[in-house]
Design a protein around this ligand. Structure first.
Ligand code: KG4
Ligand code: ZN
Length: 347
C-alpha cells in the first residue's frame, strides 16, 4: 500500500509517504522559531502556519518519494490529541485528499504513533516488530509522559503517566526560569554536557513510590525558589551549566528508574522510548546503561523521529490497515483530548 500521512497536532507541519513499511519521504517544517518569540506555542499562529505550509510540505513529500497523487492508495492524519485548530488543518486536508482520490482515510492517535516510532529502523521499517514484544515503552514529549506496556502489535496498556507537568514541559519551564529560549529542552541538553550533574540537589518526585506515575511540577518549583534565592548564579556561565546538568539529572533519574522498574514488574525484556524528550542525550545514555545492566534490549526512536513527524503516522496507519482496522469516516472530527487508553485494540 502507498500512503500519504499528515501530522499537524502542534508546531510541526509534516507529510510523509510510506509504502510497505518503507518511509519513502518524511518532510517536516518546524515553526519553532516563530513560537520562540512568545515563549511557547500560540495555537492561532500554529494553525495559520499549518495552512500556509501544508500543501508545499505534502507536495515536497510526493516529489521526494517520486510518487504521483493518483498512485496513493490511502491517506492518514493525526486525529488527536493536540491543539484543536492545528489538528483541524491536517485532518480536514487529509479527508479532502481521500475524498478527491476516492481512497480510504485513517485517523491516527498521535501517542500511539510515538509508541511505534522506535521501530522505524531499517527498510522495511517494521520488519522486526514482533521480535521485541512485549515491551515497556516510555513516551516523553512536551505534553505527555507515559509508561505503556505493549503486549503485542496494536495491543497496549497505559500503566501510568504524569499527574501534573510532562517531562518536556518541565525542561521548558525550568529553562524559562534560567532565562533560556523556548523550547529549552535541547538547550539544557547542550549546556548540561559541560555541567556538573551533582552540583545542586533537586528533588526526584515520586521516585520511590510504588506506582508508574510521574510528577514534575515540584521540581520546577524547586528550581524557581533556587533561582530566587541565588539570583546572580545564572549569570555565571559555568554555574548555569551546572544548574542545567543538575535539573536534567533529576528528570532523567526519575524517568529511567521508573521505566526500568515498570519493565521488571511487567516481566518484559525490551524497553523503548519515544517523543521529543527521548532526543535528550543524558536520557539515552542512562537508559542504555540501565538496560545493559539488566540484559534488556533498548530501542529508542532515532532523533529525527523522536519529535513530531508524519512518518510515524504513516507507518502506524499502514500497520492498522494490514491488521484489518476499519477506515475512519471522512466526516470524523478532531479529537484534541484523545487518550491513548481510549484507542481500540487490535481484534
Ligand atoms: O514530541 P514533541 O516534539 O512534541 C510533543 O508532542 O509535545 O516534544 C517536544 C518536547 C519539548 O518540550 C522539547 O523541549 C523537548 O521535547 N525536547 C527535549 C530535547 N529535544 C526536544 N528535551 C530534552 N532534551 C532534548 N534534547
Ligand atoms: Zn509528539
Amino acid at each position: 500500500m502507498t500512503l500519504l500521512a499528515l501530522e499537524t497536532s502542534c508546531d510541526e507541519t509534516s507529510a510523509a509517504i510510506v509504502r510497505e513499511g518503507r518511509v519513502l519521504a518524511n518532510v517536516v517544517s518546524s515553526q519553532i522559531k516563530l513560537h520562540t518569540e512568545y515563549g511557547g506555542v500560540v495555537p492561532e499562529l500554529a494553525a495559520r502556519e499549518h495552512l500556509k505550509n501544508l500543501l508545499p510540505v505534502a507536495r515536497a513529500a510526493l516529489s521526494d518519494a517520486g510518487i504521483l497523487p493518483r498512485e496513493l492508495e490511502a491517506v492518514a492524519a493525526t486525529q488527536g490529541p493536540g491543539l484543536g485548530i492545528a489538528l483541524l488543518i491536517g485532518l480536514k486536508a487529509a479527508q479532502s485528499f481521500a475524498f478527491a482520490l476516492n481512497k480510504p482515510f485513517i485517523g491516527i492517535n498521535h501517542h500511539e504513533a510515538h509508541l511505534y516510532s522506535p521501530w522505524i529502523v531499517g527498510q522495511p521499517a517494521v520488519a522486526d516488530f514482533a521480535a521485541f514484544q512485549p515491551n515497556l515503552s516510555l513516551i516523553v514529549s512536551g505534553g505527555h509522559t507515559m509508561l505503556v506496556l505493549v503486549e503485542s502489535e496494536l495491543n497496549h496498556r497505559v500503566l501510568g503517566g504524569t499527574i501534573d507537568d510532562a517531562a518536556g514541559e518541565c525542561f521548558d519551564k525550568t529553562g524559562k526560569l534560567l532565562g533560556l529560549p523556548y523550547p529549552a529542552g535541547p538547550v539544557i541538553d547542550r549546556l548540561a554536557e559541560t555541567g556538573n550533574p551533582k552540583a545542586y540537589a533537586f528533588p526526584r518526585p515520586l521516585l520511590h513510590e510504588a506506582n508508574d506515575d510521574f510528577s514534575f511540577s515540584g521540581l520546577k518549583t524547586s528550581v524557581r525558589y533556587f533561582v530566587r534565592d541565588n539570583p546572580t548564579l545564572v549569570d555565571d556561565p559555568q554555574k548555569l551549566r551546572d544548574l542545567c546538568a543538575s535539573a536534567q539529572a533529576a528528570i532523567v533519574e526519575v524517568l529511567v528508574t521508573k521505566a526500568i522498574r515498570a519493565a521488571e514488574r511487567a516481566g518484559v525484556r525490551c524497553v523503548t522510548a519515544s517523543g521529543g524528550v527521548s532526543c535528550n542525550r543524558a536520557l539515552r545514555k542512562e537508559l542504555a546503561r540501565a538496560c545493559e545492566k539488566r540484559g534488556f534490549t533498548l530501542r529508542v526512536a532515532e532523533p529525527s523521529l523522536c519529535t513530531d513527524n508524519a512518518a510515524m503516522i504513516g507507518i502506524l496507519a499502514e500497520r492498522k490497515w494490514l491488521h484489518g482496522v476499519a477506515p475512519t469516516p471522512l466526516d470524523a472530527e478532531i479529537r484534541p483530548g484523545w487518550q491513548l487508553a481510549e484507542v481500540p485494540q487490535s481484534p
